[in-house]
Design a protein around this ligand. Structure first.
Ligand SMILES: Nc1ncnc2c1ncn2[C@@H]1O[C@H](COP(=O)(O)OP(=O)(O)OP(=O)(O)O)[C@@H](O)[C@H]1O
Ligand SMILES: [Mg+2]
Length: 584
């Protein structure tokens, strides 16, 4: 169980003083608490012997007050030291987990569910913190108070009485252990049902347009109500056991008191022990109840924390699938000659080739058009060039260097990639455009927005470039999102630009303007333009037609038209469509 926490060794070493001091303050608190029964014993005995004047009574009151003050002070200190440090641990673990996740390859995220990853980041980290914060406090209390209080009871009062009064207490520990397990399970069920509920809410709110246009409000409300009902049921399930647990603890402790009252009372009457002994004894007993329960409870906490730590360790030990080779080099400058040499590729866990024997030659300064039916493998070409996946056969080179020999960072720094989904972050338009660079001047942001033909749209928004994208702000049109993504790629001033179907939501006039500006911007650089529409790629220096992962035709627009193959068929179909829409 403990070995799961080994990954945190560095943290304990680094913060050992915080923990050591925290434990010292905690022991002070325990000791001070254990003073109280002794004071009460003397006070009661003195009271009974009638030897107390008002001054002495005042002195006893003062003792209690000072102890109360010191207790408050040291309790504050141990909370800061132990609980505070465990919060620090939570903080560091969360940072570590997130930064590790971002080092992993894209394929990892294809395999893992976002919801699960979120659960690790919240529930698991929380369980680890609980085990290493409050858990430690419980262990110290359980050990320290139990030992001292029982020893004092044995030594100062009556051995038989102590033995009898302590008899029910192990049941306290035992029921905390048993109940704790069930409570934990049910608590997890509540958490799971609740995260399923939040997922529904989140999906509905972000997909509100789909919900409304498909008139699915009623069924979705129904679905929500069911999930909400489920949360409620799970919570009742939890509360029922909690409702049993607390009364049971009280009941078991009252058995101890029963023994103390009946047997201890008779000892007082027989003058075997003094009234002060009796009072001190019952105060010790009261002090013992919490650590006894904690002893059982903490076992669950440690188990849970350990299981959570194991899950976090599994993520932390994941290696990125794509890493720099040992001899990989940084390339400060590239020309941008791109070549695919007999490249074949299967996605991990897939049986079929997504690309088969692909040969491409894209010299710097030229533009390659890629066209083909949906699912034919066009985006895969971009993914491979970006080294998001490892090719199975063949080589991809940039300036005659295989991309595996180039540091991944350096490679991707040189490529401006406009992804097919035009994903934007929920921040301002300006920040979205400047995403890939450390710093960007306002002028630079405007310049690239103008090339992408989106500047006019942006300045029309009331807040211009400071307009919020996404959840809280206006929703941008598909074409606006695409053009902002293009601007985002351009601001990096990349030597290689890939537009993956990035003009599909833009009208042909605007498309022409963008392509015209791009050709000036990319004059001595390399461009790859992926599209479904002939108009997007007809002016490219070279065009390839991809079908089922293979390059089936290649040439300029004119050459391809004359071949009367798939390209010609696509062309004629699109001409026809244009004519029809022109007539309307
Ligand atoms: N991560 C992945 N894992 C497994 N298979 C994938 C993955 N991504 C794509 N594929 C498959 O690889 C094939 C090629 O996909 P790709 O995205 O390259 O097509 P595309 O030509 O870009 O299509 P579209 O025009 O619709 O964008 C498809 O059959 C697709 O299902
Ligand atoms: Mg695609």
């Amino acid at each position: 169980m403990i070995e799961n926490f080994k990954t945190l060794k560095y943290f304990f070493i680094e913060h050992k003083w915080a923990y050591i001091l925290g434990v010292v303050w905690l022991i002070f608190v325990d000791l001070l608490q254990l003073l109280l029964p002794e004071i009460l014993r003397r006070f009661t005995d003195d009271l009974q012997a009638n030897v107390l004047g008002s001054q002495e009574i005042f002195r006893y009151g003062l003792y209690v007050l000072i102890i109360g003050f010191l207790l408050a002070f040291f309790r504050f200190l141990w909370r800061i030291y132990i609980i505070g440090t465990s919060k620090k641990l939570e903080f560091e673990l969360r940072n570590k987990l997130f930064s590790h996740l971002l080092t992993l390859s894209t394929n990892y995220f294809n395999k893992s569910k976002t919801g699960d990853l979120m659960a690790h980041a919240t529930n698991d980290i929380n369980a680890v913190r609980a085990a290493l914060g409050p858990g430690i406090v419980m262990i110290i209390d359980a050990i320290f108070i139990t030992i001292i209080a029982t020893t004092m009871m044995f030594l100062t009062t009556d051995v038989r009485l102590t033995f009898l009064a302590l008899l029910p207490l192990p049941f306290l520990a035992f029921s905390a252990l048993r109940f704790g397990k069930t409570i934990n399970q049910r608590f997890r069920m509540v958490q799971e049902s609740f995260s399923s509920l939040t997922e529904t809410v989140q999906e509905n709110l972000s997909g509100i347009r789909v919900v409304k246009t498909f008139v699915q409000e009623e069924p979705e409300i129904q679905k929500f109500a069911e999930k909400n009902q489920n949360v409620f049921n799970k919570q009742m399930h939890l509360i029922r056991i909690f409702g049993l647990f607390q009364p049971l603890i009280f009941f078991i402790s009252s058995l101890s008191y029963l023994i103390v009252i009946v047997y201890g009372g008779s000892l007082v009457i027989n003058r075997h022990i003094s009234l002060g002994d009796f009072i001190a004894f019952s105060t010790y007993l009261a002090l013992l109840i919490w650590p006894m329960m904690a002893a059982g409870w903490v076992v669950n906490m440690l188990q849970r924390g350990s299981a959570s730590m194991a899950r976090i360790n599994t993520i932390l030990s994941q290696e990125p699938e794509i890493i720099d080779g040992e001899d990989a080099v940084e390339l400060p400058e590239i020309r941008g000659d791109v070549r695919f040499d007999n490249v074949s590729f299967k996605f991990p866990d897939s049986q079929e080739y997504a690309l088969k024997n692909v040969n491409l030659e894209i010299p710097s300064g030229s533009t390659l058009g890629v066209i083909g039916r949906t699912g034919s493998g066009k985006s895969t070409v971009a993914s491979l060039l970006l080294h998001l996946f490892e090719t199975n056969e063949g080589t991809i080179t940039i300036d005659d260097k295989p991309i595996e020999t180039i540091k991944i960072r350096s490679l991707r720094d040189h490529i401006g990639y406009v992804d097919q989904d035009s994903f934007l972050f929920s921040t301002t338009i300006a920040k979205n455009i400047a995403f890939g660079v450390d710093e960007a001047s306002e002028d630079e942001i405007r310049r690239v927005a103008k090339i992408a033909q989106v500047h006019e749209n942006i300045v029309d928004f009331p807040k211009g470039y400071e307009t919020f994208v996404g959840e809280r702000g206006v929703t941008l049109s598909g074409g606006q999102k695409q053009r902002i993504s293009i601007a985002r790629a351009l601001i990096k001033n990349p030597q290689i630009l890939i537009l993956d179907d990035s003009l599909s939501a833009v009208d042909t006039d605007t498309e022409e303007k963008i392509l015209h500006h791009l050709s000036a911007e990319m004059k001595d650089k390399t461009s790859i333009v992926i599209a479904h529409r002939i108009s997007t790629i007809k002016d490219c220096d070279n065009i390839v037609v991809i079908d089922e992962g293979e390059v089936i035709e290649e040439g300029t627009h004119e050459e391809l038209i004359n071949r009367r193959g798939l390209y010609t068929r696509l062309y004629e179909k699109q001409l026809l469509e244009e004519e029809i829409s022109g007539e309307e």
